[in-house]
Design a protein around this ligand. Structure first.
Ligand code: GLN
Length: 454
């Protein structure tokens, strides 16, 4: 713990940690020492972790990287982080992210962007987003592992951009209680780690039914680590033809087919599959996610949490709401609230929101049919490119940024588990990731297959 705290002090340039909690860390580490001495060491005993700023941590600033939550210190602990402390883990601090987890580059954060520890010459790169601080901190060895959350790719894309492992579990595997809500039907927490084994151990600790989240499912949590046998003989891996996008860089195509080759060498059968509704996933996601966000973010009213704008003479409650939300929310968050409110409004509900929900059902059915046909897992690239330069996309057309999520959002829409594993480097020497998509509740098999690709 002391070594990591020292590393963090020397790594301010990465802007990965936005709140450091050395006192808590040293106290938890001491408690972990005592448990080890007493011969009662749980799975994560003494493991120093970073926690994404989206998780509420008792008494510690938890702002979802938003100005509107300035000064907010929750009275409660998220279930997932509590599970980690119960398993003996140590909190080093809170990690940078896009504001309310909306973004793919960590550039919408009120703290400014985190930086990718990987560089090409002097070009500063994004660590991805929204869990950019988590990815940066794990890749730069500032912690053993970190928590992330993934609504449309926010664990898997930053993992791919920084050469680490990130898994989004099946919807309902981890409790969402105490995690600041973005799009409640899509949000899931998961681990970001250096190895698949670490991901298996940490996911086991994070998971489990929680009566405080009615969408968390009461299903046993297997020993994921024990399932890492490396034996995938007889498994069927699907390659979806719709993910072979026009204009995809040749090196991503190559890593994808090399990955398939590795799985075949390990005894899996590789088959081509079709997920015909894939092309509608991104537009459906960018209707459903903002719709849910506009509703979830209605609670930031200047009264219940964090910040309230300075009011002028004669301002009433409406002005208080307007001024607080106008100065407390950043540009991307405001854009999402407006899109969401629009697609939910009476005249447009059927044309947008309802249609997106129907598309979502078709996307889910595509996956159900493929799995019913005997496919165990699906292999795709994690991202359409390697990490891009900071500032390169942020000021461009927002849709260009949304396109980053083209391979990841389908998984959230269908509620499936998905993992990104480091697959190799591109011609510039930057990491690229491969994604494996698994059957519902099949995280153990998924981790085992990913282990073969490591
Ligand atoms: N980049 C996507 C978005 O901005 C995904 C975010 C996420 O998974 N939290 O909505």
């Amino acid at each position: 713990t002391e070594a990591f705290l020292a590393e963090i002090e020397g790594a301010d340039a990465l802007n990965a940690f936005v709140h450091k909690t050395p006192e808590i860390a040293l106290e938890q580490a001491k408690a972990a020492d005592a448990r080890i001495a007493a011969g009662d060491a749980p799975a994560l005993c003494g493991m120093p972790l970073g926690i994404k700023d989206l998780f509420c941590t008792r008494g510690v600033a938890s702002q979802a990287a938003s100005k509107i939550l300035d000064g907010f210190r929750p009275e409660y602990e998220s279930t997932v982080s509590q599970n980690l402390w119960d398993a003996g883990a140590v909190m080093l601090g809170k990690l940078n992210m896009d504001e309310f987890a909306m973004g793919s580059s960590n550039e919408t954060s009120t703290y400014g962007n985190a930086v990718n520890p990987w560089k090409v010459d002097d070009r500063q790169l994004t660590p991805g987003g929204s869990s950019g601080g988590s990815a940066s901190a794990v890749a730069a060895d500032l912690c053993m592992a970190a928590t992330g959350t993934d609504t449309g790719g926010s664990i898997r894309q930053p993992a791919a951009f920084t050469g680490i492992v990130g898994i989004k579990p099946t919807y309902g595997r981890c409790s969402r209680w105490g995690i600041v809500a973005f799009a409640s039907s899509l949000d899931q927490a998961g681990p970001m780690t250096r190895t698949v084994r670490d991901a298996a151990i940490m996911l086991g600790a994070m998971s489990g039914h929680d009566p405080k989240d009615s969408t968390s499912v009461d299903i046993p949590v297997p020993d994921f680590e024990a399932m890492l046998t490396g034996d995938i003989r007889g498994k069927t891996i699907g390659i979806p033809k719709e993910y072979r996008m026009e204009g995809m860089p040749a090196e991503i195509e190559k890593l994808w087919s090399d990955g398939a080759e590795m799985l075949r060498d390990a005894g899996a059968e590789i088959v081509e599959i079709s997920l015909p509704h894939t092309k509608y996933a991104l537009p459906a996601y960018y209707v459903i996610a903002p719709a849910e966000a506009s509703s979830n973010l209605a609670r930031y009213d200047g009264v219940r949490y964090g910040r309230r704008a300075r009011l002028g003479q004669g301002d009433g409650i409406v002005e208080m709401y307007e001024k607080t939300r106008a100065e407390g929310f950043g540009k991307e968050v405001q854009r999402r609230v407006m899109i969401g409110t629009y697609v939910l409004s009476a005249g447009f509900y059927d044309a947008y929101y309802n249609r997106a929900r129907k598309v979502r059902a078709l996307i889910k059915r595509d996956f159900d049919e493929v799995f019913a046909g005997g496919v165990d897992a699906i292999l795709t690239p994690a991202t359409p490119s390697a990490a891009f330069g900071l500032g390169e996309m942020a000021d461009a057309d927002p849709v260009a940024m949304y396109l980053n999520d083209v391979f990841t959002v389908t998984v959230n829409l269908a509620g499936l588990p998905g993992i990104s594993v480091p697959a190799g480097l591109d011609a510039q020497g930057l990491p690229l990731g491969l994604q494996l998509i698994g059957q519902p509740w099949g995280e153990g098999d998924l981790l085992n297959t990913a282990h073969v690709l490591e």
